[in-house]
Write a protein that binds this ligand. Structure first.
Ligand code: SAM
Length: 217
């Protein structure tokens, strides 16, 4: 299987044609080998437009959603980004091709370890991965130019708003356990916040002190 051809098709058919335009995002998604981030047995499905299981009852997000969320951060290059929910590490790798440095947190140690290994394998040296409850952000590394949360929250944790720098953007799915709205919150220079509803989505839950107490099962 020629993964480069599959990747190009994924970008053309599932991402560009559905309205994602940012050339930095399209280029990053053309470059990052998604098939390395899924289980080997699922490698031939890696460029389909759907989430796939990554173990521990978690998923690698659908490519279109990765593209939309990355575009929503409105990156220009060189930024400092916090990702909550490392999962497979794929979203972190896409961000790392655009941003200056990515701080990514994951609550499940096995997933963080696996993600680190793949990120090292593809030479992603500007990603820091930490095992922690990411509902509190990453206090020591703030302020961030962007925060991206790849799990569904019941409401917007205050810590994320506090850890955004002036002009910074938070992209986060907010809603019930079964369905959420993808929100973008922009912090103005004066510490005011502008909220936008981007689209309906469905993510695994953000579990932690400022999130859900469990996954509802
Ligand atoms: N960004 C990931 C990728 O590219 O593969 C997909 C993430 S998956 C949809 C959501 C992840 O969020 C899971 O790995 C889950 O363990 C993690 N998660 C849930 N609650 C968390 C928390 N409080 N802190 C850090 N990670 C959390």
């Amino acid at each position: 299987m020629d993964f480069a051809i599959s990747r190009r098709r994924m970008v053309e058919q599932h991402i560009k044609s559905r309205g994602v335009k940012d050339p930095l995002v399209l280029d990053a998604m053309l470059q990052v080998p998604r098939h390395l981030f899924v289980e080997q047995a699922l490698a031939d499905q890696a460029y389909g437009d759907y989430p796939l299981p990554i173990g521990q009852r978690q998923t690698i997000s659908q490519p279109y959603m990765v593209a939309v969320m990355t575009e929503a951060l409105q990156l220009k290059g060189g930024e400092k980004i916090l990702e909550v929910g490392t999962g497979s590490g794929y979203q972190a790798a896409v961000l790392a091709r655009i941003a200056g440095r990515v701080y990514s947190v994951e609550r499940i140690p096995e997933l963080a370890r696996r993600a680190r290994r793949i990120l090292d394998q593809i030479g992603c040296t500007n990603v820091n991965v930490k095992v922690t409850d990411g509902t509190f952000g990453w206090e020591e590394q703030q302020p961030f130019d962007g925060i991206i949360v790849t799990a569904g929250a019941p409401s917007i944790p205050r810590s994320y708003l506090d850890q955004l720098g002036p002009g910074g953007r938070l992209v986060i799915p907010v809603g019930s356990l079964g369905s959420q709205v993808l929100m973008r919150v922009t912090k103005s220079g004066e510490g005011r916040f502008e909220e936008e509803r981007l689209l309906d989505c469905r993510f695994v839950p953000l579990i932690g002190g400022n999130g859900w107490q469990n996954d509802g099962t």
